[in-house]
Design a protein around this ligand. Structure first.
Ligand code: SF4
Length: 123
């Protein structure tokens, strides 16, 4: 997934919406919490919706049209056993001594490097 650029206000808005959980936050409340105006609050919410981070559900609050903002929940990424099948670490006699910062480590391991290169050539 490509990295999404976010402004400081967008990041703050996301935190506020996240904290609200399933109930969501009214767009008309968000801009007040952010300390901005309704126009800027609306722009922030629209940008976050376009970036696929939140959804905006139309609603009426105190007789005025607004939106309920909620974080879009995504299913956890699936990791397939196929992606690690054949990795030399599973059968390596040095597994218990291998670690980042150790003399035996994944960064300098020829077996692991060779296996990763083979995997990239297969895909
Ligand atoms: S990185 Fe290399 S040394 Fe470390 S456990 Fe995997 S195969 Fe063994």
């Amino acid at each position: 997934m490509p990295r999404i650029r976010l402004s400081l206000m967008e990041k703050r808005a996301i935190e506020i919406i996240k904290k609200a959980g399933d109930n969501g936050v009214l767009q008309s409340d968000l801009w007040k919490i952010l300390g901005t105006d309704s126009r800027e609050g609306s722009r922030i919410a629209i940008r976050l919706e376009k970036k696929g981070i939140i959804n905006r559900e139309p609603t009426i609050h105190e007789g005025k049209k607004t939106y309920i903002l909620r974080i879009i929940k995504r299913p956890p990424k699936k990791i397939s056993i196929v992606t690690v099948k054949g990795c030399p670490c599973f059968t390596c006699p040095d597994l218990t001594r291998c670690g980042v910062g150790q003399p035996i480590n994944p960064i300098s391991c020829e077996k692991l490097t060779k296996w990763i290169i083979e995997q990239t050539q297969l895909s």
